[in-house]
Design a binder for this molecule. Sequence first.
Ligand SMILES: Cc1ncc(COP(=O)(O)O)c(C=O)c1O
Length: 433
Amino acid sequence: MREILPDTAREVSGRLEIGGLPAGELADRYGTPLVVLDRATFEARARAYGKALGADHVFYAGKALCCVAICELLAELGLGLDVCTGGELETATAAGFPTENIVFHGNNKSSAELQQAKDFAVGRIVVDSLDELDRIEAIGATSDLLLRVTPGVEAHTHEFVQTGQEDSKFGFGLEGGVAMDALKRALQLKACNVVGIHVHIGSQIFEMSAFDLAVKRLATFLARARDELDFTAAELNLGGGLGIAHNEDEMTPDPVGSWDRIRAAVEREFKANGLEVPELFAEPGRSIVGSAAVTLYRVGTIKKIPGVRTYVSVDGGMSDNIRPALYGARYEAFLAERMDAPKGPRVTLSGKHCESGDVLIHDVHLPADTAVGDLVCIPATGAYTFSMASNYNRVPRPAVVMVWNGEAIEIVERETDYDLLRLDRRLDGSSLT
Ligand SMILES: Cc1ncc(COP(=O)(O)O)c(C=O)c1O
């Protein structure tokens, strides 16, 4: 369990503590479901990336978890930020985040979003389509540009596939001259400087050889771009994707070792093609914030179906963590105030939503005497959980509490019924207040 809990997690007389605070006390004070984010773990992971690449070459992927306090913390740590919507950009600027250290992504950035990028003087825009190049030109955006390419390598967990025809909604395929034509067009823009290439090959990657192949293909492409367009990439942004352990069967790869290997591949392939070695950038999300947080839930009902299974239902579910339903993601769980209780037979940990698929963990060993009111902890829920939270069934989204050295700060408040009704209008169009 150590591997998947935040660094400061301790068991004290069978009770979980994070950041020097008992989980039970946090649940009582802030309610459940509750996302508990350990600042020390977040900082340690961010610093590890800083060591691997240099802090200003690391753009934390806001899509994993984005809020004002996180942006403030990133600025303090000297990291960059990757945003992919106007909303994430708005959050960063509200936090006073230095916009020159922002990379703006997205396969369908609107003119309004590109205008926003121009107004805030965002450092880099990752160009994803020819339509977007037209919009960038029309707006007269002045950011540096990276061209997003799809190298025909898709990596997830321990496997990767070589996809011949780059079937992706993102970026320009390397095959058939698509990326080369886009690069040629981008180089014609007067106001923008094309500084390099961007690629993101997947998520939850544990096997680095996928990066080797992507880098090899990029080097071949850039050698042709040099010969045909006289283009040199000063920057190579290899996206995010490094995995983390969500359960005890997995091991979290070390960012420093992983990036040493990627850097070696870049040096090898670029030198082999007679190319200058570009500066390397990364956009880690999950591997910075994923294992920094846990989610706490209260057990509300227990349904035993003899000879079939037991459903232990908690007070959250797919509205605060859609990943099991969306991707079949697997998590672990334990009782936060009875960590020393022996594990019992397997049960299904389900949510409270009106949906049979609202299951957080299909098979998990909780103590046999798990009871209504027990506090359940699911570790490694920092990434793509709260950021994907919804109000399905009109459930308010949970609070996020940052813990550090025995102190807790509610960095995102729990939504209230008022928040749920705030934008509703009566049949005659009038507001409820
Ligand atoms: C373009 C891009 N960069 C970075 C990331 C972050 O990936 P991860 O959280 O797996 O590190 C993603 C995730 O989907 C992405 O699409």
